[in-house]
Design a protein around this ligand. Structure first.
Ligand code: DAH
Length: 344
C-alpha cells in the first residue's frame, strides 16, 4: 500500500474515532494515536528522506494534509463536547425537585371566609377609599367634634389640602364604617352590604396592635328591621365561621353610630367558657361590634328614620384569623416570613 493510500485509510479511521470520543481525555488519546511520536504518521515522515524526490514531495504534501484534517476534526469535536450538557446518568430514585405552590395570604383567606358567609344571605360586597374625608370617617357617623377618636393621635391625617373643604380634612380611614355612608348616599333602601378593607390607626406595633389592619363592615337597611334580625344574622355568621356549636352573647356597649349598640362575644373554645389564658380568664372572647343604625346617621344620608331601620356591624379580620389559627402575634401577618405564610 502506498503511504498516500495508507494515510487516507488512517484518516477515515481517525475521523470515526474522533466523532465517537465522549470526553476530552478520549480525544487526546485519539490525537496521540494518530499524530503522536509513535504514530504511523511520524514513521512515514521519518521515512521521507529515503524516498525519491518526486515521492517525497507527494507523500510530504499528503502527510501535512492528513495532519491538518485530523487537527481540524479534533478541534470541532472538542468544541462540541464543551457545548454539550454533561449527560448525567438518570437516577429515577432521586427525590424530585418540588414546584412551590403559591397561596393566598391568611388575611385574604380569612376575608374570603367571612364574605362567603354573608353573600349567600344576600349581602353585596362593596369597597371604599382608604383615604377619606373627616366627614365620612366621623361627622356623618355621628361622631361629635369633641369625641376623643377625633384627636390626631387616634387618626393619621393626610398632609394635603382637602379637595372638598366642606367635607373636612383628608385622613386614612380608621374604620370601614365610612363606606356605610358612601353607599347610603348612592342607593335607596333596601340595602345589604359587606365591606372588607384596610384601616389605619397610629398605634405602636406590639403583639396585638398594628398601624394598619383589616376590617369587615356590614350594613342592612330595610323597613321593619329589628335587633332580632341583627342577632339572628350574626349568630348564624359566627356559627358558620367558628363551628355550629359556637355559643354567642350580645353585651351592651356604646358606639356613636348605633343605638342600641352591642359587642358580640363567643364562648372561648379553648376552655369552653370556664376561663383560661386565651380568653383572659373571662370565658368569653370579644369578636365584633354592632348595633341598630342611629337616626342621626340616617338623617345624614337623607333617609327617613321614621320609615327605615337597619343594623350595622364591624369586625377586625386579624383578630378573627388569630383566634381561628391560635396566632399570638399580629406582626406575623405583615412580616411575610415564608415559614409562617406556608402554613396556611
Ligand atoms: N367601626 C367600629 C370600630 O372600628 C366597629 C363597628 C362597631 C362597626 C359597631 C359597626 C358597628 O358598623 O355597628 O371599632
Amino acid at each position: 500500500m502506498t503511504p498516500t493510500a495508507e494515510l487516507e485509510q488512517l484518516l477515515s479511521e481517525a475521523v470515526a474515532l474522533i466523532n465517537q470520543a465522549a470526553s476530552p481525555d478520549a480525544l487526546e488519546h485519539v490525537r496521540v494515536t494518530f499524530l503522536g511520536r509513535k504514530s504511523r504518521l511520524t514513521e512515514i515522515m521519518r521515512s521521507l528522506p529515503t524516498l525519491s524526490s518526486e515521492e517525497r514531495a507527494q507523500t510530504g504534501k499528503h502527510a501535512n494534509q492528513f495532519k491538518a484534517a485530523i487537527e481540524t476534526c479534533l478541534a470541532q469535536r472538542r468544541d462540541a463536547l464543551a457545548a454539550a450538557p454533561v449527560a448525567a446518568p438518570l437516577d429515577v430514585t432521586l427525590p424530585g425537585s418540588a414546584v412551590a405552590h403559591g397561596r393566598l395570604h391568611p388575611i385574604t383567606q380569612t376575608i374570603e371566609a367571612i364574605l362567603a358567609v354573608f353573600t349567600p344571605m344576600g349581602f353585596e360586597i362593596v369597597e371604599g377609599p382608604e383615604m377619606e374625608f373627616e366627614y365620612y370617617n366621623f361627622d356623618a357617623l355621628n361622631i361629635p367634634k369633641d369625641h376623643p377618636s377625633r384627636e390626631s393621635f387616634d387618626t393619621f391625617f393626610v398632609d394635603l389640602p382637602s379637595p372638598d373643604p366642606a367635607k373636612g380634612r383628608l385622613l386614612l380611614r380608621s374604620h370601614t364604617s365610612p363606606v356605610q355612608i358612601r353607599m347610603m348616599e348612592r342607593c335607596r333602601p333596601p340595602l345589604r352590604i359587606v365591606v372588607p378593607g384596610k384601616v389605619y390607626r397610629p398605634d405602636p406595633l406590639d403583639p396585638s396592635h398594628s398601624f394598619m389592619f383589616h376590617q369587615v363592615e356590614g350594613l342592612m337597611v330595610d323597613s321593619r328591621i329589628t335587633f332580632a334580625h341583627l342577632k339572628g344574622v350574626l349568630d348564624a355568621f359566627l356559627k358558620a365561621l367558628f363551628g355550629p356549636a359556637t355559643k354567642t352573647r350580645f353585651r351592651p356597649h356604646f358606639f356613636p353610630f348605633t343605638e342600641p349598640s352591642a359587642e358580640v362575644d363567643i364562648a372561648c373554645a379553648s376552655c369552653d367558657g370556664t376561663g383560661c389564658s386565651t380568653c383572659g380568664r373571662k370565658g368569653w372572647i370579644e369578636i365584633m361590634g354592632c348595633g341598630m343604625v342611629h337616626p342621626h346617621v340616617f338623617k345624614a344620608v337623607g333617609y327617613d328614620p321614621a320609615k327605615v331601620q337597619g343594623f350595622a356591624f364591624g369586625m377586625g379580620v386579624e383578630r378573627i384569623a388569630m383566634l381561628k389559627h391560635g396566632i399570638k402575634d399580629i406582626r406575623l401577618f405583615f412580616e411575610n416570613d415564608l415559614r409562617f405564610l406556608e402554613q396556611f
